[in-house]
Structures are given as structure tokens and as C-alpha cells.
Design a protein around this ligand. Structure first.
Ligand SMILES: [Zn+2]
Length: 290
């Protein structure tokens, strides 16, 4: 069975009811991995029928808020729902991943450390923990966050994840794309990037490329900051062609891309370049493999 890919958040920082923030859930066998944790990701994870305690690994492409704003909510829910028997969370991402995690839940100065103390000490919260099946003492969560760079960054029972640098808003934030290779299929998440060789190389021959496609071509103005840092329709399609991927999913759409005229224009532009299956990213959609 191919890996399951569930789109949780497929938008940008701009609030939009169809797309908001960035987050994806991948299931391989019994293991669940999350890629980015943008606005509303924790809510949408649960809306999709999953528990935060099912997720054992979190990967960040970069630390723009639409990719990590719901990280504290996810961590706090995972801690609160834990009965002390789950795996310790492994977190991977470019520079700032360790710092952000420590600033959220680190002892004693993390922004939410008071919540950890109250829930592990007060009888009310210890009783709730016991009611869920936990055995006291209730302990603070152990989160293994690490700043990573390009190369093989994680391995599982039958999968491996490789990161590659992509071009976004350096030098302010580093950005990584990820490739998951498993016995049953390969998936690449571009994160936010302009079309670049390192992404094409990473995506070569993948079964699925989940690619930023923020605007239709007429809104991608050559020489503009957006043109240099993000990908529109033709860039996404050309990357899919150059990498020879078997399927292309378009995500990170600007809100107005849902306007019927723009959406059909976007799909027309992509399909005029790339002739494989194209999936329009929608929140809570599980990517079809056929
Ligand atoms: Zn970004």
C-alpha cells in the first residue's frame, strides 16, 4: 500500500477559508509523520480523524509562521493527551527549530512552561491523566528537536527522508525540501521555493511532488520579490516535467486562486506543460494514488 498523504493546510499566511497555512500528514505503515504545522494544523489534524499523539515525527521546511504557527498548539495537545506511553516526539527542521522548541516548552523559561508545571503538579490535571490511563507521576514531555541541513535526516522501518536546500528568503530563513523514499513510493514536499535545481534533483523520479503553486502566471511578475522566492503555475509544472515525477499536487495557493476563473486558468497553465495527473490541493483531502 502506498504511503497515505493527507493535506491538512494548503494555503499561505493570509486567512482564507479554503487554504490557510501549510501542513501535511504522511502515513507509512503504522508511522505518522507531519510536514510543517501552519495555522490551524492541529485542529485540522484532529478534524481529519487523527490524534496528535499518533504523530511521532515533525519536519519543518522553514520557519515562516504559515509553516509553524500551530506548533505550540500541537505540542500542548500532544502533551495533554499523552498517557506517558507514546513515543517521544522527534522534530527536524532548519536552523531555529531547536530554539523555537526551547522557547515554547523549555524549562524554565519556555512560553508555556507554566502549563507543563500546572498540569504535571496539580491534582486536577493528574486525575485527568489517570482517567485517560496514565500512571503517575505525570512527567513533562520530552521533545527531541534538532536543526538539520541537507542529506539523509531520518530513517524508519522501511523509509528514509532526505532534505535539500531550496531558494526562498535566505539569508533570513533557511529552507529545506524533503523527499520520503519508502518501499511503496516516494513523495517530495517542495516547501516554499522558487524553481531551483536542488529541488528538481531531489524530486527526480518521485511518485508524487507536492509543490508550491501560489499564483497564476500573469500574477508572477518577473523581477518582483515573489518571482524570486516562490513558484507559480509554470514553475511548478516545469519542475514536475524536469524531475519526471509521476504526479503533481499543487498547494500553497493564494486565496484568490479559488476563484473559478483563476483555478481553471491555473490548471490549464499547469496541464499545458505537464501531462501527468495533477491534484489541486484541498484541505483534508487525501491524495489519490490512481
Ligand atoms: Zn515561506
Amino acid at each position: 500500500m502506498p504511503p497515505r498523504v493527507i493535506m491538512l493546510c494548503t494555503g499561505t499566511p493570509a486567512p482564507d477559508m479554503a487554504h490557510w497555512g501549510s501542513s501535511f500528514l504522511v502515513g507509512i505503515g503504522e508511522e505518522w509523520l507531519m510536514f510543517d504545522c501552519g495555522h490551524g494544523a492541529n485542529y485540522k489534524l484532529h478534524k481529519a480523524g487523527f490524534q496528535s499523539t499518533q504523530v511521532d515525527r515533525m519536519f519543518f521546511t522553514h520557519h515562516h509562521s504559515d509553516h509553524d504557527a500551530d506548533y505550540p498548539s500541537f505540542l500542548l495537545t500532544r502533551f495533554d493527551m499523552s498517557i506517558g506511553k507514546e513515543s517521544e516526539l522527534q522534530v527536524y527542521g532548519p536552523k531555529l527549530t531547536e530554539q523555537l522548541t526551547d522557547r515554547l516548552l523549555g524549562e524554565p523559561n519556555g512560553a508555556y512552561w507554566h502549563d507543563i508545571v500546572a498540569r504535571t503538579k496539580h491534582p486536577l490535571s493528574v486525575a485527568a491523566y489517570v482517567e485517560r490511563g496514565g500512571i503517575p507521576p505525570r512527567k513533562p514531555p520530552k521533545i527531541h528537536a534538532r536543526d538539520i541541513g541537507p542529506g539523509t535526516v531520518a530513517t524508519g522501518k522501511n523509509w528514509e527522508i532526505t532534505a535539500a536546500p531550496v531558494d526562498h528568503v535566505q539569508p533570513y530563513l533557511d529552507s529545506l525540501a524533503y523527499r520520503i523514499d519508502s518501499d511503496e513510493g516516494s513523495i517530495v514536499f517542495s516547501g516554499d521555493t522558487s524553481p531551483c535545481k536542488s529541488l528538481t534533483d531531489l524530486a527526480t523520479g518521485a511518485d508524487l511532488l507536492v509543490m508550491e503553486c501560489i499564483k497564476v502566471d500573469e500574477d508572477m511578475i518577473p523581477g518582483s520579490p515573489s518571482y524570486e522566492t516562490e513558484t507559480g503555475t509554470f514553475g511548478a509544472a516545469q519542475t514536475a516535467v524536469d524531475a519526471g515525477v509521476k504526479r503533481l499536487a499543487l498547494v500553497h495557493q493564494q486565496g484568490k486562486m479559488e476563484e473559478p476563473v483563476r483555478k481553471s486558468q491555473a490548471l490549464f497553465e499547469v496541464k499545458s506543460v505537464y501531462d501527468g495527473p495533477v491534484i489541486w490541493g484541498e484541505e483534508l483531502l487525501e491524495v489519490p494514488w490512481e
